[in-house]
Design a protein around this ligand. Structure first.
Ligand code: SAM
Length: 324
């Protein structure tokens, strides 16, 4: 991962995306201001990882580099489906937590104290330990919805729900995807005050008049009225006990006929895959209080909170959908 992260941090994919033609090593070195030796090693390794295409025309000087289709689509900032902010977040924060994976496994808890000197009891105060860090996290989180938002939002017909509340909806990127599918609905984003403030200041989704913000703590404060509550990547942050508490509160807030749409990456019932979800679950171990879960685990949590008509759909993308 560090090869990918370093190439992102140095702007390799951005430089190559902007260049009208493949570039040689000397040009890349001159534009990035990096060492010739280090850059050559990095670019050639990126090529072996299929992140770059290399063309060799007569010796080292004639070697030319360009982005692969994968890099142009997901790594260059100019691409509308770029995941570059998430990769920068992973490079800075996630990677450092993974450096203590063995300790996390030994202790069964996240590594914020070890890595950043902040106690893990208040999970999101640790995650949002500076404005810069918070902004990077918010920018990173929203990117995946440009590639999987429509898949998770069309897994079930949501047209019967005119008023939607996206709990822990962050910057409003998923809300925007929702409005592009259901233009008649209204979405309230509920998140903690610091996130609402940053969303209004830095993210254009906040300017859509069909999107409203409501600040509060979903464990402590009353929740806004809605026909459907979306919980995207919320339950995976928390212990079973906290998930149950939140779901029970939601069940009391929901009107009859109301629903919840839980968006998470689902583990296979025997927990032997998918590998991406297993890795996400280890990521939850090193960074949060939660884990990824199987459909049966979600069914238990959601139905014991009083919700009925539990259904789930594997979308074939990274994230799946549960409706109840
Ligand atoms: C992992 S992020 C998911 C963001 C978004 N739903 C998505 O999938 O892109 C968790 C979100 O929950 C919010 N959050 C955490 N604790 C909260 C609380 N107690 N009350 C309200 N929102 C909270 C965070 O600020 C963050 O936006």
């Amino acid at each position: 991962s560090k090869v990918l992260f370093a190439a992102c941090e140095l702007g390799v994919f951005d430089l190559l995306a902007e260049a009208p033609e493949p570039l040689d090593l000397a040009t890349v070195v001159a534009r990035l201001g990096t060492s010739s030796h280090g850059t050559e090693l990095l670019l050639d390794t990126c090529a072996s990882l299929k992140l770059l295409n290399v063309e060799t025309r007569g010796g080292r000087e004639g070697t030319l580099y360009q982005n692969t289709e994968l890099s142009s689509t997901y790594l260059a900032r100019v691409s509308p489906t770029s995941q570059s902010n998430m990769l920068l977040y992973m490079a800075g924060t996630t990677y450092r937590c993974w450096g203590h994976l063995a300790k996390a496994v030994r202790e069964g808890k996240n590594q914020y104290l070890q890595v950043f000197g902040v106690p893990s009891e208040e999970l999101f105060s640790a995650i949002y330990r500076s404005e810069e860090e918070q902004l990077q996290f918010m920018r990173g989180l929203q990117e995946v919805w440009s590639i999987t938002g429509q898949r998770v939002l069309t897994a079930f017909d949501l047209s019967q729900f005119p008023l939607i509340c996206d709990l822990g909806g962050g910057s409003g990127a998923l809300a925007k995807e929702c409005l592009s599918l259901y233009p008649e609905c209204k979405v309230t984003i509920f998140d903690i005050p610091e996130v609402v403030r940053m969303a209004r200041k830095h993210f254009p989704s906040s300017e859509d008049e069909r999107i409203g913000f409501h600040q509060g703590d979903f464990f402590k404060d009353p929740l806004p009225e809605a026909d459907l509550y979306i919980l995207a990547r919320i339950l995976h942050d928390w212990t079973d006990e906290k998930c149950s508490r939140l779901l029970q509160k939601l069940q009391h807030t929901c009107k009859p006929g109301g629903g919840i749409l839980v968006i998470e990456s689902l583990l296979d019932e025997d927990r032997q895959g998918p590998l991406t979800t297993q890795l996400y679950s280890l990521n939850m171990l090193v960074q949060t209080e939660g884990q990824e879960r199987t459909p049966t685990q979600y069914h238990r949590l959601i139905s014991s909170a009083g919700f009925r008509s539990f259904q789930f759909k594997k979308t074939g993308a990274i994230y799946d959908a549960i409706f109840a």
